[in-house]
Design a protein around this ligand. Structure first.
Ligand code: SF4
Length: 380
């Protein structure tokens, strides 16, 4: 097991106060960063809390009983989140993903979804609103989420075997309840449903084929299983390269049992490489941040639970949008949406993040106090 670093609370507060342009600059929807990447996808963390303690994200020895989660007063309200989302939509965002921690632990999340569902792109189109959940309470919530306007859902599921699943979530949570959540999501019409399995060599890689078989046999082609390479997110999971199972090996193992055919990406910036079963049994995907980086068309921004904007999953510093939402200009007036949009434009325009492409080189200077932000705080 590699070295574990205990995150100090202050990391959450490592953020810059965004400069606001002197002249109002109305968003054009054509924003791009220094690498020419547009802003299309906003991931919104609605809580830093979770009821699981997956070792690759929130190891129990770090996020224990004494860990101080964010007080409710510091979280963005639903109205603030919707305001920020509206500003990002004006900049070209067409997809919103609600994340956490575990987003379904945030009370009345349906209210936020209903607010976000009223937003439209500058072309008048509804947004693609989705959510990533560990599925623990999905069976109970699926209908209300659907009724509120959620279109589809991604469920994290790292094993089919109950013993391995309980060990990986580290809170002894039964796999049957998550499977029931997926079935409920399917029943109420959330689609497509994606299942994400983080593959850790020596821990759950032998579950690749059994889980694929179960999804084919029990959920059918409407549910897409994706295998995610184990990543060095944050600074607490003790990541080691020899515990990464490269996606190429996942595809090879799966293909030996279920022959596969490669598919085209369904949209620019898509993180998964897509495959389909040659026998028509559905689609699978691999997300290969470690061995096949996809930073070149990364169009994702992340908003933390308390309103800090991060430009990369592996960032070590954010931009404090909450200060603008709750603060006022030197003239003593609340900042307007256009002014905040101007600030977001400046931030994204300066973006040149591509951690996964530079991983090797960047890790070399990891000793210099540039600890990366934790995934439970900004969502995956
Ligand atoms: S490492 Fe950062 S820039 Fe690269 S794909 Fe991931 S989030 Fe995007």
């Amino acid at each position: 097991m590699g070295e574990t670093i205990i995150p100090l609370a202050d990391l959450r507060y490592a953020a810059t106060l965004p400069p606001v342009p002197a002249q109002d600059q109305a968003p054009t929807g054509l924003l791009s960063d220094r690498l020419g990447r547009p802003l299309r996808d906003l991931r919104i963390s609605v809580t830093d809390r979770c009821n699981f303690r997956c070792s690759y994200c929130m190891p129990k020895d770090v996020f224990d009983r004494d860990y101080r989660f964010l007080p409710h007063s510091s979280l963005l309200s639903f109205e603030e989140i919707t305001r920020v989302a509206r500003i990002f939509v004006a900049h070209g965002v067409s997809k919103l993903r609600l994340t956490g921690g575990e987003p379904l632990l945030r009370k009345n999340l349906e209210v936020l979804i209903a607010q976000l569902a009223t937003l439209r792109t500058p072309q008048g189109q509804p947004l693609d609103i989705t959510l990533t959940t560990n599925g623990s309470v999905l069976a109970r919530k699926a209908q209300a989420l659907r009724d509120a306007g959620l279109k589809r859902v991604t469920v994290s599921l790292d094993a089919l075997d109950d013993t391995i699943f309980r060990r990986m979530n580290d809170v002894d949570f039964p796999v049957a309840d998550v499977l029931a959540g997926i079935a409920a999501a399917q029943r109420v019409g959330l689609a497509p449903i994606k299942i994400n399995m983080v593959v850790k060599r020596g821990t759950n890689d032998h579950e690749i084929v059994p889980l694929a078989r179960h999804v084919r046999d029990h959920f059918g082609p409407g549910v897409v299983l994706r295998f995610i390479e184990y990543m060095d997110v944050g600074a607490t999971n003790g990541w080691r390269m020899d515990e990464v199972l490269p996606s190429a090996e996942v595809v090879q193992r799966l293909g030996e049992v279920f022959p596969l055919q490669a598919l085209q990406a369904s949209a620019p910036g898509e993180t998964a490489q897509r495959w389909c079963y040659a026998d028509g049994g559905g689609e699978v995907g691999v997300i290969s941040s470690v061995t096949q980086a996809f930073c070149s068309d990364c169009n994702r921004a992340r908003l933390s639970t308390e309103g800090k904007l991060f430009l990369c999953l592996f960032a070590n510093r954010g931009h404090d949008l909450r200060a603008l939402l709750r603060g006022s200009s030197p003239a003593g007036q609340p900042w307007t949406d256009t002014q905040i949009a101007g600030a977001v434009g400046l931030i994204w325009g300066q973006r040149e993040d591509r951690y996964s492409e530079l991983r090797g080189a960047l890790q070399a200077d990891a000793g210099s106090g540039t600890r990366r932000v934790e995934m439970h705080y900004i969502g995956g």
